[in-house]
Design a protein around this ligand. Sequence first.
Ligand SMILES: [Fe+2]
Length: 190
Amino acid sequence: MTYQAKDYSHLIGMEGFSETLLKNHFTLYQGYVNNTNKLYDLLSSKAKDATNPEYAELKRRFGFEFNGMRLHEYYFENLGGKAPLDKSGTLAPKIADAFGSYEAWEQDFKATGAMRGIGWAILYQDNVTGWLFNQWINEHEVGHLAGGKPILVMDVFEHAFMTDYGLKRADYIASFFKNINWEVVETRLA
Ligand SMILES: [Fe+2]
């Protein structure tokens, strides 16, 4: 099994995101793809010895690298949009059910993303009930909802914004919102 890094260079030119920031971010993403492949190969060739700390730590690390790869793919794929959320689509009423209104959801999603720490804000759909949740993910692998579907994914590691925004994370989040590709987000709904 070998993963290939995807090409998101079409995002260059997006308002509020410099070319330098995006190119550095693509390079970081490629690192997660390379490390996912490397860990997979290492674990495949190692003796399956639970008492070996090297085996155990590589096993623990796989979730970090794999999710670092996959979350960046969700993130870059839900960027590059121009149009706002279609209020007559399937997502808008689900957001209104779960959060009271679109505005209340946006406020909660932005607050989730502005929390102290490095990680991700994710709008998740519970695969059992279909209900929506705004979830904080610590680093790449802590806090995911089991079986849940990521619907909208926002990177809030400092590398996602510091080049352009310094410590002004709220300004970055505002720019992120201007570039959400709601058509892609809508297709992720179950
Ligand atoms: Fe990132």
